[in-house]
Ligand binder design. Structure first.
Ligand code: ATP
Length: 329
């Protein structure tokens, strides 16, 4: 009910009367009063004026279920929101919940991850309170071979969500890193549980450095945050809401063809590698070429620099990393 009250207070310009809240949520005045008291304890500044009602003056920068839910305008993404102060990894928690029957659209979000994950066993720095560490659980009914494209869909959603919430223009480093000023502001890790021709579930882990002021030395030269880039603190809940709304919109388009044919052009407008020289790091082999864009399956199209290597190659994400010639992008 706290989420609904917050939503009512947010929708209204000016005061909302206690009576109005009771009527619209079909609850007692005491119940409303108790919720308002709890919200105040959680850091919301709510003014209560006799005969006028309640006014939300300020919200804390939290990513609790009620904060995120009250900001969210989606049909299924983020319903429900499961909030944890601390977890090992939101992907792991989402997988555990999926096994226990959690549904499509469940969002797991934590203030802190103790064992945040990158690709191929790498770590993801996820200190408490500054970042957005979340995982969206999907239970799609398309073929497992299609799932790897969701990671590109998620990158598009993060880019659009960040732009909507902060105005910051970011780009995408293929396949799914969201980058600003040559540094990574968001990493995405998609994991799947599947049978040969059936997906049990897909978890899309999204880590966004939001209000981070400084990074551990080992990643400092490659990591950016929304705060460091814009000079302004963001309300993380608003970023989460805008990213989920964008994901829902892009996912709908993806489902029409279960590939990226209708999203490809837009993805490429954000693709930082496009028409740039890239270094393709395959296990045991490295080669250079010019990235031309992606195909409708999300593979990177690269024209090898070495003329004897033949024509344009399609590079699959799986085991491959792509770097710029002079740095990360
Ligand atoms: P690629 O996907 O191209 O192989 P990557 O090295 O960026 O590259 P990921 O698995 O996406 O790999 O991310 C993990 C890496 O990101 C870590 O090895 C570390 O270098 C870096 N990293 C860890 N935490 C953060 C963070 N909070 N912000 C930015 N970068 C981070």
């Amino acid at each position: 009910m706290k989420a609904e009250i917050l939503q009512l207070l947010r929708e209204q310009e000016g005061y909302v009367s206690g009576q109005d809240i009771c009527r619209r949520l079909s609850v007692s005045r005491t119940a409303v009063w108790k919720c308002i008291r709890q919200l105040k304890e959680e850091g919301y500044r709510i003014e209560a004026v006799q005969n006028r009602g309640y006014l939300l003056v300020q919200s804390p920068d939290r990513v609790t279920a009620e904060e995120v839910s009250s900001l969210l305008k989606t049909e299924w993404a983020g319903h429900p929101v499961i909030f944890l102060e601390k977890t090992d990894s939101t992907n792991n928690e989402a997988k555990r919940l999926a096994e226990a029957g959690a549904g499509h659209g469940t969002l797991v979000i934590a203030e802190e991850q103790e064992a945040g994950k990158g690709r191929r066993g790498r770590g993801w720095s996820s200190p408490a309170g500054t970042g957005i560490w979340m995982t969206l659980l999907l239970k799609p009914d398309f073929s497992p071979s299609r799932a790897s494209m969701l990671t590109l869909v998620a990158a598009m959603a993060v880019e659009r969500g960040i732009r909507a919430a902060t105005g910051l223009e970011t780009g995408i480093k293929w396949p799914n890193d969201v980058v600003t000023g040559g540094k990574k502001v968001c990493g995405i890790l998609t994991e799947m549980s599947a049978e040969p021709d059936l997906i049990n579930h897909v978890v899309i882990g999204i880590g966004i450095n939001a209000n981070t002021e400084e990074f551990p030395e080992e990643i400092g030269s490659r990591a950016a945050s929304l705060y460091l880039e814009t000079g302004k603190r963001v309300k993380r809940g608003a970023v989460v809401a805008r990213v989920l709304e964008a994901f829902e919109a892009y996912y709908r388009i993806f489902l029409e063809t279960t590939d990226l044919s209708a999203l490809r052009a837009e993805y490429e407008t954000r693709l930082l590698n496009k028409n740039e020289t890239v270094c393709v790091l395959e296990p045991g082999r490295e080669w250079k070429g010019t990235a031309l864009g992606i195909d409708s399956l999300g593979r990177l199209l690269v024209k090898p620099a070495d003329p004897s290597a033949g024509g344009v190659k399609t590079v699959e994400s799986g085991e491959v990393s792509v770097r710029g010639v002079y740095g990360y992008v």
